[in-house]
Design a protein around this ligand. Structure first.
Ligand code: ATP
Ligand code: MG
Length: 373
């Protein structure tokens, strides 16, 4: 057996052994002809917050279920803190789990629900009560232990589920769309609470969402999945600003995709012929394929005066829509339809329809990528 690539050393500053490393090696899951997960290689370092992000059916839940031990993998190996867990039942994997459909027991109080996780793990009765109370305290529900789930709001129920997942001091948390049922405000509040808990406990988290904003806000690293495979992985800003394919770029939000021909590539930078938009210097992360395009996020496209123009060209304004905090301008330039987004406070009563416009962008905000579709 080969050694794990993850070393479980002490957590800096705590003297406590870092734990919660999760490693998937070439893991696949087939349901008959359906390939739900396809030779996945994935690691979560101790203390790291990793998010699986992908469209419906891309294999996120299946991946989580295999790590948790609720589903068996068809091929490959899963290791937790360097040890293969293939034969371990879920409760012996030392993972706290909150799944969207992993409901609380309706006939038990909040406190009893949390205690249940300890009962399952044969923790003595005397110790159980106190630990469950502490866990409820930690999620801000110390005073509500006596309530039944139906006497709690959706957000409070989610927090009980979180307390139940944390109470036995797991090595890692697996959270599969734990906030899908919550409204926007509660969701954002829970996001911050989960981040605070995670940092405080130094615990690693494998998180699932198909909400790109949530992924951006929470993660140390985003793993973008499609059809059971990883298509890109990296820190949020990198995946957002430097998508490797048009599919990743579009999945992570609005973008301008301008097809082009590579004229020159040298390491980090490329020169691309964008046809009507001229020659552009752009960032190059080494993506390789048959057809290329340049991706520029709408917020990175700027109105410019011709005098300051680097990358860019003349444009015609088609429409402007006020979206509250931002304004979206639709433009045509060099035969392309473009979107430019700016803060409402910066926005242009200054633009007049008859005015000649110039739009441009900074080279490090434009990314060369492979056109798949
Ligand atoms: N028990 C099953 N039997 C057959 N196919 C399954 C089973 N469970 C999942 N699948 C298939 O595996 C693929 C991945 O499903 P999975 O639930 O992992 O997707 P997901 O990324 O979690 O999607 P969502 O965002 O909708 O939750 C899908 O094509 C799904 O139909
Ligand atoms: Mg799912």
């Amino acid at each position: 057996m080969t050694a794990s690539v993850i070393s479980a050393g002490p957590i800096p500053g705590t003297g406590r052994a870092a734990q919660g490393a999760i490693e998937l090696r070439q893991v696949s899951k087939h349901y008959g002809d359906v390939v739900a997960v396809d030779e996945l290689d994935l690691t979560v370092q101790p203390g790291e917050f990793v998010t699986l992000l992908g469209p419906s059916g891309s294999g996120k839940t299946t991946t989580m279920m295999m790590v948790a031990g609720f589903e068996e993998h068809t091929a490959g190996a899963i290791l937790i803190d360097g040890k293969p867990v293939d034969t371990l039942p879920p409760r012996d994997r030392n993972l706290g789990v909150v799944f969207q459909n992993y409901a609380l027991f309706p006939h038990m109080s909040a406190l009893e629900n949390v205690e249940f996780a300890l009962r399952m793990r044969k923790v003595p009765r005397a110790e159980r009560r106190q630990r469950a109370e502490e866990a409820l305290d930690r999620v801000g529900l110390g005073k509500m232990g006596g309530r039944k789930p139906r006497q709690l709001s959706g957000g409070q129920q989610q927090r009980v589920a979180l307390a139940r997942a944390l109470v036995f001091n797991p090595a890692a948390l697996l959270l599969d769309e734990p906030m899908a049922a919550l409204d926007k405000r509660l969701r954002e509040q829970m996001q911050e609470e989960i981040k605070t808990l995670q940092k405080g406990l130094g615990i690693s988290v494998l998180f699932v969402t198909h909400d790109q904003d949530e992924a951006m806000a929470m993660s140390d690293r985003i793993v973008v999945m499609r059809d059971g495979k990883i298509v890109q992985s990296g820190p949020p800003e990198e995946v957002y600003n430097h998508p490797m394919t048009d599919w990743v770029a579009s999945f992570l939000g609005d973008t301008n995709l301008i097809p082009g021909t590579i004229v020159e590539r040298n390491g980090e930078e490329a020169v691309v012929d964008l046809g009507g938009l001229g020659m552009a210097k752009v960032r190059d992360r080494g993506a390789s394929g048959e057809n290329y395009a340049v991706s520029i996020r709408p917020e990175h496209l700027k109105f410019r005066t011709r005098a300051t123009a680097g990358n860019g060209c003349a444009a015609t304004l088609v429409s402007s829509t006020n979206l509250g905090a931002t304004v979206r301008h639709r433009l045509t330039a060099g035969g392309h339809d473009l979107q430019l987004r700016e803060l409402s406070s910066d926005s242009a009563a200054r633009i007049r329809p008859d005015e000649e416009l110039w739009v441009g962008w900074d080279a490090d905000k434009a990314q060369l990528l492979v056109l798949e579709s």
